[in-house]
Ligand binder design. Structure first.
Ligand code: PEP
Length: 260
């Protein structure tokens, strides 16, 4: 299977989010083969978007979660609150939160624990900066982030977790790594994560690629066996282009099904 996740960031308000959700459903209409689809609106739009998606195959994710269950934490949102709104996935450790909002590896770990405790599927984002990439430090950076993120975390089944490899320098920049670099990063992530969780065999772990995915390059990433899907930011709020990414994923799945 392939998974396509749209991260709408803080780009659209409630009305536009509802329109995007409706448009996404239209793209899926009549498709017998389609990727697993997850859209991640801002908190304020979750409730209205859920009404649109409620009886569909499209899942809803949140863009963040707090690590406590309840209490005096002004402005924060708990995993329990998110599940009440129909959320099933949550993006954790996005590089924008790490760099702009001071989110540390320890915070990421606590959020993963809290999400899992409430049955949310964490979509954990990891990736190196441009400097680390240029210095050949991609793997050591991924190792540091993943070891910190999963310290003390228990996963019983692979479907409880998604990982997104998102090089920081590729996010929103229009630049992407070579497909071969993505493949080797994904292989490394699989190996490391399967060492952590004996219950998750390395080949079945879902690792998505994110960073300037668009209608033109989506197919080249998605056709690779190592790439279980894509996390799409900027293009996910441009309905036509996001639809093209979904179509690319469907074409890959169709091609794979005819080769079985
Ligand atoms: C993202 O926000 O996770 C992302 C990958 O953004 P973009 O597709 O715009 O690079």
């Amino acid at each position: 299977m392939k998974t396509v996740v749209g991260n709408w960031k803080m780009q659209v308000g409630v009305r536009e989010s509802v329109a995007l959700a409706r448009g996404t459903l239209l793209t899926l209409r009549g498709r017998s083969i389609a990727p697993d689809l997850v859209v991640c609106p801002s908190f304020v739009a979750l409730s209205e978007v859920h009404k649109v998606l409620a009886r569909s195959s499209v899942s809803m994710g949140a863009q963040n979660v707090f690590w406590e269950d309840h209490g005096a934490f002004t402005g924060e949102t708990s995993a329990r609150m998110l599940t009440e709104l129909g959320v099933t996935y949550v993006i954790i450790g996005h590089s924008e939160r790490r760099t702009l909002l001071g989110e540390t590896d320890e915070m990421v770990q606590k959020k993963i624990v809290q999400a899992l405790a409430h049955g949310l599927i964490p979509l954990v984002c990891v990736g190196e900066t441009a400097e680390e990439h240029d210095q050949g430090l991609t793997q050591s950076h991924l190792q540091k982030q993943l070891i910190a993120a999963f310290d003390g975390v228990h996963i019983k089944h692979r479907s409880q977790l998604l990982i997104a490899y998102e090089p920081v320098w590729a996010i929103g920049s229009g630049r992407t790594p070579a497909v071969s670099e993505v493949i080797s990063a994904h292989q490394y992530i699989r190996r490391l994560v399967s060492e952590f969780f004996s219950s998750v065999d390395s080949l079945s772990l879902s690792v998505l690629y994110g960073g300037s995915v668009d209608a033109e390059n989506a197919y080249a990433f998605l056709r690779e066996q190592e790439v279980d899907g894509v996390l799409v930011g900027g293009v996910s709020v441009k309905l036509n282009q996001f639809n093209d990414v979904i179509v690319a994923a469907s074409e890959v799945l169709e091609a794979q099904s005819t080769h079985v």
